[in-house]
Design a protein. Structure first.
Length: 157
């Protein structure tokens, strides 16, 4: 029997056994210190991304900090938070294609230092046009694109 491939919305809503708070392993401690790490559920990351209003921005690190606060953990997992933001972005585009208007504004979630995420739907050009439509200025330095003065538009989650 062939297993049906799950769509992005199904992946977003599959929380498995997450969120989960664990001790930071010895391997992780070199980079992240000691304490605990929260591995969020995909829908939690999506929920935080949805809180960013038009004209405002957030970063993956802001989302990680909000998750850590929520779960009383030292840090939010950088790997899974980034992956789940990517899943949320693709789920949003899938919903847009189905005619749903109230989608997660994934383009407002930037990487560190205001860098656009090239792995989001539409790539850098797609994200850039959505941000510029909301009044942000995007510039390129080297291979990276970033929002100019993004700090002025950051919100605390």
């Amino acid at each position: 029997m062939v297993k049906k491939k799950r769509n992005w919305v199904e992946k977003l809503n599959d929380s498995k056994d997450l969120p989960k708070v664990s001790e930071i392993t010895e391997k992780m401690s070199k980079r992240w210190g000691s304490g605990t790490v929260v591995i969020p559920a995909p829908i939690e990351v999506d929920g935080l991304m949805r809180k960013v209003p038009e004209g405002k921005l957030t970063t993956i690190n802001e989302i990680r900090e909000a998750l850590a606060r929520k779960h009383n953990a030292s840090i939010g997992c950088p790997m899974t938070t980034g992956i789940f933001a990517w899943v949320a972005a693709h789920a949003a585009e899938e919903q847009r294609e189905e005619g749903i208007e109230d989608i997660t504004p994934y383009w407002r979630t930037l990487k560190t230092k205001g860098i656009l995420n090239p792995k989001y739907p539409g790539g850098v050009e797609g994200v850039k046009s959505l941000l510029e439509a909301e009044g942000h200025k995007v510039e390129q330095k080297g291979k990276k694109h970033f929002v100019v003065d993004y700090e002025k538009s950051l919100i605390k989650l």
